[in-house]
Design a protein around this ligand. Structure first.
Ligand SMILES: C[S@@+](CC[C@H](N)C(=O)[O-])C[C@H]1O[C@@H](n2cnc3c(N)ncnc32)[C@H](O)[C@@H]1O
Length: 379
């Protein structure tokens, strides 16, 4: 098969990280626009990108794009694309649409015109009048931006943040893709100590541990495109075997530590770490932040403390941020990274961050406060 184009979708603030991950996988980026990172690839890139991307939300296959200022242009454009090259006769292909700054603004009509055009193209190809749609799933999306139509098929299925290890729920868990992004942005390296004193169900530390082990985040889950007949028997198994082989076994245990005052959160964190296959390198322990202390040097704190958004919690959280400031500032050789939606965080913490970055955690606008510490002396 010739070159194909894939688009990795990302949430606001994460595009540069997704771009870097795609480059690291060896693919060339052709466009970054509207939270979509387009890259040139081959068929094998579909399983590889799905298995390996930690910060992207989905991997879409771009079927084509064209100008669509009216419904005739939309119908003709969609019909002209190579749907039979991807969809088998029994494909199930729901169509969704979105329209931004475009003349075609009626989403339901755009959806039905697109569906009709795909069906008409398949009818001509397969010489039949009716499709049962009882085979593999091909979610088609029409995205209209400024009268340009982009047609994609979702190769992932459930969003990539669903790694498959997080089965139980706690209060306010952080999205896995954001947690991975926080670890990347901190530039933590696996030979340095890492602590999350408000670890909840352990997401940040589990993502970090998977990075330390070079473990593909998607290994524990399934993807839409695994059932697509366009793949021969080998592409998906080959990518899974490649990912399993890449996993490092000899990673030093006990450099990654998580604390939380809630014993239930700690037992869930342990369970999730086990599900993710990283329980051997993370130590979880019940502990109130008031008891937090360490005599280690050059460590990292990466954390998602409570935000104090609920009634009655605000004052308590503000006091906690003051306490965090006192304790972390005393750790002179440490670097600390804190995500919160609280607008007065730096003031309460008592120090301006070296850098800030706006991120959306499950739709909530937050800032990621980054305090850089010194490098350890070279030995
Ligand atoms: C926003 S949640 C962290 C969620 C976590 N990132 C996850 O993905 O599950 C904040 C956590 O801080 C814990 N917490 C709140 N106050 C604390 C305190 N004073 N000491 C220790 N833990 C505390 C809560 O029990 C909760 O699990």
């Amino acid at each position: 098969m010739d070159k194909i184009e894939l688009m990795a979708t990302s949430t606001f603030g994460m595009e540069a990280l997704v771009k870097k991950e795609i480059n690291d996988l060896g693919y060339e980026i052709t466009e970054v626009k509207n939270g979509r990172i387009t890259f040139e690839a081959d068929l094998q890139a579909i399983p590889r990108a799905n298995l390996w991307l930690r910060t992207a939300e989905r991997v879409l296959l771009k079927v084509g794009d064209f100008k669509a200022r009216d419904f005739d242009e939309l119908y003709d454009g969609v019909r002209s694309l190579d749907w039979p090259g991807w969809l088998p006769e029994n494909a199930e292909f729901p169509v969704s649409a979105k329209s931004i700054d475009s003349q075609l603004s009626s989403v339901p009509t755009c959806q039905s015109v697109t569906k009709k055009a795909v069906v008409d193209r398949l009818k001509a190809e397969y010489q039949r009048e009716w499709f049962d749609e009882d085979g593999p799933l091909y979610p088609i999306e029409l995205a209209l931006y400024k009268d340009r139509a982009i047609l994609t098929i979702d190769t992932s299925g459930t969003g990539l943040h669903k790694r498959g290890y997080r089965e139980l729920s706690v209060k306010a868990p952080i999205q896995e893709t954001i947690a991975a992004g926080m670890v990347y942005l901190s530039r933590w390296d696996k030979d340095r100590i890492l602590i999350d004193p408000f670890c909840g169900s352990g997401t940040i530390l589990i993502e970090a541990a998977m990075m330390a082990k070079n473990q593909a985040p998607g290994l524990k889950r399934k993807f839409n495109s695994e059932k697509w007949p366009v793949f021969e028997d080998f592409e998906w198994p080959r990518a899974r075997v490649e990912a399993k082989k890449a996993k490092k076994i000899n990673v030093e245990p006990r450099l990654i530590m998580g604390y939380d005052q809630d014993p239930e959160a700690i037992s869930i964190a342990r369970y999730h770490a086990k599900q993710a296959g990283v329980e051997d390198i993370i130590h979880f322990q019940e502990q109130k932040f008031a008891d937090f202390s360490t005599n280690r040097k050059y460590g990292y704190v990466i954390t998602n403390p409570p935000y104090g958004e609920r009634m009655g919690e605000k004052e308590e959280v503000e006091e906690l941020y003051r306490e965090m400031g006192e304790k972390f500032r005393a750790l002179e050789t440490w670097s600390y990274y804190i995500i919160t939606s609280h607008s007065k965080f730096e003031e309460l913490f008592g120090k301006e961050a070296s850098k800030r970055r706006k991120l959306y955690n499950g739709g909530v606008e937050t800032q990621y406060y980054q305090y850089y510490g010194p490098w350890p002396p070279k030995n």
